[in-house]
Write a protein that binds this ligand. Structure first.
Ligand code: IYR
Length: 223
C-alpha cells in the first residue's frame, strides 16, 4: 500500500484564550437556537445554499477517509410526492401496529403521527445514504469502515451548516426506509438510507414542543 505524501498542516488558526472562549460561547449560543421543525414554509431556497452546506458536510472525518456517503437532494415536486406517499404508508403501519407502547409513549411529547405533509411542502429533502462499500473506476469493490458513524458525523455538520445559514431542518427517519433506494435509484446492496433531512424556512406559524436539553452535569463527566 502506498502512503500519501504529507504536507504541513494547512489552514490551522490559533486564537488567544479570550478569543477562544468568546468563539466557543458564541457557537454554543448559535447552536442552542436550533430546533427541529415540522411546520415548513413552501418558500423556495436557492440550490447554491444547499450546495455550500453539503460542501461543509463533506469535510467531516470518515473511516480511512473513504467518505462513505451519498446525498440525494430532492427538489422535484413529483419525487417529493412519491416519497411522502411511501413514507406515510410505512409510518401508518408504524404508529398503528409496529411501534410498541413504550416507543409511542416516548414520542408522545413530540406530537408526531403518520401524516408527513412537510415531505411535499418543504423545498428540499436530502436523502442521506451510508455506503457499505464504494467502487473503483474499474468496478472493483472498496470496503468502507465505520460508514454509519462517518455519515452521522457528516449529517451533524450538515444540520449545523443549514442552521447557520438560517434554515430549519427536520431529521426524519421513516422506518423502514428502503423505499428511498427504489424511488431515488440508489444501489440496494451498497447503500443504506441513513435519514431523510428536510430543509427549508419554518412556516410563519411553526410550533415546536416545549422540551429542553439535559444539563451539562447530567451528560458530561470529567476525570
Ligand atoms: N419515524 C416516525 C417516528 C419517530 C421516531 C423517533 I425515535 C422520533 O424522534 C420521531 C418520530 C416519525 O417520523 O413520525
Amino acid at each position: 500500500m502506498s502512503q500519501s505524501p504529507f504536507i504541513p498542516l494547512p489552514g490551522y488558526r490559533e486564537y488567544s484564550e479570550d478569543e477562544m472562549a468568546r468563539r466557543a460561547r458564541e457557537f454554543h449560543l448559535e447552536m442552542k437556537r436550533r430546533r427541529t421543525v415540522r411546520d415548513f414554509s413552501g418558500r423556495p431556497v436557492p440550490r447554491a445554499i444547499i450546495d455550500d452546506c453539503l460542501r461543509a458536510a463533506t469535510t467531516a472525518p470518515s473511516g480511512a477517509n473513504l467518505q462513505p456517503w451519498h446525498f440525494v437532494v430532492v427538489g422535484d415536486a413529483e419525487t417529493k410526492r412519491r416519497i411522502r406517499v411511501a413514507a406515510e404508508e410505512e409510518e401508518r403501519h408504524f404508529y398503528r401496529h409496529r411501534a410498541p407502547r413504550e416507543w409511542l409513549d416516548a414520542l408522545a411529547p413530540l406530537g408526531t403521527d403518520e401524516h408527513k405533509p412537510f415531505l411535499e411542502r418543504a423545498p428540499w429533502l436530502i436523502a442521506i445514504f451510508a455506503q457499505k462499500y464504494g467502487r473503483l473506476d474499474d468496478g472493483r469493490k472498496v470496503k468502507h469502515y465505520y460508514p454509519v458513524e462517518s455519515v452521522g458525523l457528516a449529517t451533524g455538520m450538515l444540520i449545523a451548516a443549514l442552521h447557520l445559514a438560517g434554515l430549519a431542518t427536520l431529521t426524519h427517519t421513516p422506518s423502514p426506509m428502503k423505499f428511498l433506494n427504489e424511488i431515488l435509484g440508489r444501489p440496494k446492496d451498497a447503500e443504506r438510507p441513513f435519514l431523510l433531512l428536510v430543509a427549508g424556512y419554518p412556516d410563519d406559524r411553526a410550533m415546536v414542543p416545549d422540551i429542553g436539553r439535559k444539563a451539562l452535569g447530567d451528560v458530561v463527566t470529567y476525570v
